[in-house]
Ligand binder design. Structure first.
Ligand SMILES: [Zn+2]
Ligand SMILES: [Zn+2]
Length: 247
């Protein structure tokens, strides 16, 4: 299987990074998964896609849902069965605050499926579980368990340890690191992680592959060079748009 970073910035895009989107094109033989739908969603326009696309939203902040409005073009002229997953508040915000609102003229055209935090669901034969993170207006950590592999996606969370049991033992951990340690006050105020928080989470997970994403778009260089994250997490991968990993 593959995981591709469609967008690796938090908050807003910059010249090199769009906002949140993690794409698993081969989650099942006929099913692709998209984790969050920020502005990076435009990268799916015109691409070869399997017949079914499952979009999992972690929360309703704009950097995670703005790209839902691009689905019109993603699906234009072809048959793709799209299903949108999220907790009740997130689905409500997407359907009524983003779509069919002063922000966008048309209704959301696809079925939705509510995620109850903590309860497992099966999607295309994959076990999907979630955990409610500490973030303004909440955010879901998502975990995907195939028969032999697992992947956890933890974005937009304060740097606490409440979710460490949830991510323990995953093969792949994709985790946010919005701020360097020197901006820990800002991280706390906005419910985000610093380098040190990422390091603690990576160690707690024991993941074989750790990839960081959701970077401060004002950072001009590789964000993991800050705080010497490469030395603290051996093999850590710095997410960048269009990076594709095999797992
Ligand atoms: Zn975000
Ligand atoms: Zn957020």
């Amino acid at each position: 299987m593959h995981v591709e970073f469609l967008g690796t910035a938090g908050f807003h895009p910059n010249a090199h990074r769009h906002t949140a989107g993690i794409f698993i094109p081969d989650a099942a033989p006929d099913d692709a998964f998209l984790l969050d739908a920020g502005t990076g969603t435009w990268r799916l326009i015109g691409r070869d896609l399997p017949p079914r696309l499952h979009i999992f939203l972690t929360h309703a902040h704009l950097d995670h849902i703005a790209g839902l409005t691009y689905l019109l073009d993603v699906c234009f002229g072809r048959e793709i069965e799209v299903t949108l997953y999220g907790d009740a508040a997130t689905l409500h915000a997407a359907r009524t605050s983003l779509f069919e609102s002063p922000l966008f003229p048309l209704p959301f055209a696809h079925p939705t499926c509510e995620i109850a935090p903590g309860e497992a669901l099966q999607v295309a034969g994959v076990k999907v579980t979630s955990f409610l993170l500490t973030h303004p207006n909440d955010c879901l950590a998502l975990r995907f368990d195939w028969s032999h592999k697992s992947l956890a996606y933890v974005t937009d969370t304060a740097g606490d340890d409440r979710y460490f049991d949830f991510i323990h033992g995953v093969d792949v951990l994709i985790h946010e690191r919005n701020f360097p340690d020197r901006l820990s006050g800002l991280a706390q105020a906005s419910g985000h992680c610093t380098s040190s928080d990422l390091v603690r989470a990576a160690r707690a997970s024991g993941a074989k592959i750790v990839a960081a994403t959701h970077f401060n778009p004002l950072t001009p260089t590789d964000p993991l060079l800050e705080d010497d994250v490469y030395a603290q997490i051996p093999g850590v991968i710095s997410g960048r748009d269009e990076l594709c990993l095999e797992f």
